[in-house]
Ligand binder design. Sequence first.
Ligand code: ADP
Ligand code: MG
Length: 612
Amino acid sequence: MRIRHLPETLVNRIAAGEVIERPAAAVKELVENSIDAGAASICVDIREGGKSLIVVSDDGHGMSREELTTALDRHATSKLSGDDLLNIASLGFRGEALPSIGAVSRMTIRSSVALSLKGEGGACAGVREGEGQSWLLTVDAGKKSEPAPCAHAKGTQIEVKDLFYATPARLKFLKSERAEYGAVKDVMTRLAMAFPRIGFKFTHNGTTIFKLPASADPAERLSAFLGKDFGDNAMLIEETRDHIRVSGYAGLPTLHRGTSQFQYLFVNGRPVRDKLLYGALRGAYADVMARDRHPLAVLYVDLPYEEVDVNVHPAKAEVRFRDPAIVRSLIVSAIQSAIRQCGQKSSNNMFLLRAGDAPCADSFTAARSLTGPARRYGQMPASSGNLAEQAHAFYNPSFDVAPSARFEEAPAQKDEEEIYPLGAARAQIHENYIVAQTEKGMVIVDQHAAHERLTYEKLKSQYAGGSIASQGLLTPEIIEIGADSVNALLAHKDVFSSLGLEIEPFGGGALAVRSTPAILGNKINIRQLVIDLADELEEYSTASGLEERIHAVISRMSCHGSVRSGRRLTNEEMNHLLREMEKTEKSGQCNHGRPTYISLSLSEIEKLFGRK
Ligand code: ADP
Ligand code: MG
């Protein structure tokens, strides 16, 4: 058998399988080319999910006759000047997209070099006279035509018909119109989010999906995709370590979705899909969100080009960090410190009423942020006192009363609602909700959710501090739960023991419980606790780390030790709970990411009554 070189068309068809495995990838490559060409506005029209037609028009610098023919050669690119694959500032660099797309479809390119630009409108303005400067070239299943002069407005327009018609095997693998459209929309969304300074228009089957003017404010572009909801309930993220910077927005723990679809990562401006982000977010929110819920986040990682390899995958969808662990830990720590700062704030269920507050800006958290690095109220002394004391100082600005007079006034003599961010308990309703009056309005607290959070944080800090106090039972409790569960629990005997729960085999399918964590009190249902823990471990068996498992166990335990809904509380008990919440980090949501309280300001109440 003779070894021969494959004809270029065939090589390109093979490459097409990797570079542009579906219409969304073709759209991505074409739009990236437009961005690299310095376009100010980009128009994308597709039909049937991009399967029958993709048209991308831009007002970038265009291509001359020679450039047009060279652009279609394999590995021909204008974007790498030397041989340095480490310093890549453009989106493209492999010189594969155009020849690959051309090899498997019917492609028409019209392009005008920037010289012919005479101030005509945007990319979508239509065809304009530009004789001699504008060229048209077609490629049909890899067969190139000679460039011919044509009439074309500024920039480049590339039309791709019948993608993969030249490779029937690939064509068969395309999904439904709906699925392919979904993938194109995702690509368009990520690119439009990454480049707010470029105007984008996107249509499908003639229907406009989005039309976004260029904007200097990235937040404006984000809210176009994530909604006002996100803007109102997001924490500002910002942290730099060495030469790596993480910035952006992450949703409050009480804002979550059923999929991880709303997590966006941009590395040096390039939209990237990376498991690293998913894992880092999971870690960052581990103890404030249920496992089957997913936070929303838009994060920008900026680092020196040589710290990240973008040449990992033909479709450039993934990147490789030189040191992924550092990037991951930076993301986790940036988000966790934001959660700590905003942790007592729960997401705002009344966002319809609310006038676009900055993250963390309500009075409760503003008082709290005095302790945090942000310290928005710089003129205030950095008190080392507890939240209540700081809150008191916060609510009593010095111009209110003369300093000397203020000093004499003991906080205890003030009404509680004026002193404390969560105010004074006024009533308990439906045996689960505490209604408290605050200085500027009211809060409603879910007593079970709140108490669960407090117990959880206490257990966690006791655990971190070395040991959890355990309380021996007078007689061991014997629990029949079946051999499988018994074995699963006994395998973690040491973990439970470090958490204050002593268990021993009792023969057959039974366990003996000798002691329980003291903090859970002595009214707990031990049997139910053990059954829940067995379930928890079963769910968790899939390769999760020990630390994660311990937190899950602590979370389950705290649910058991918490005041149940349905229990009457005295006024003292209610106020005690409110004061504990003020002292506890992350008390704004329970372990499952549900809010522990909601607040209504007087002005919101007035709006509800139409008084304002
Ligand atoms: P790459 O983007 O990796 O360089 P492509 O095959 O996508 O490879 O494009 C090849 C070349 O064609 C680019 O380097 C660029 O010079 C030119 N080109 C492609 N699309 C455009 C466009 N929309 N405007 C101007 N030049 C373009
Ligand atoms: Mg390209």
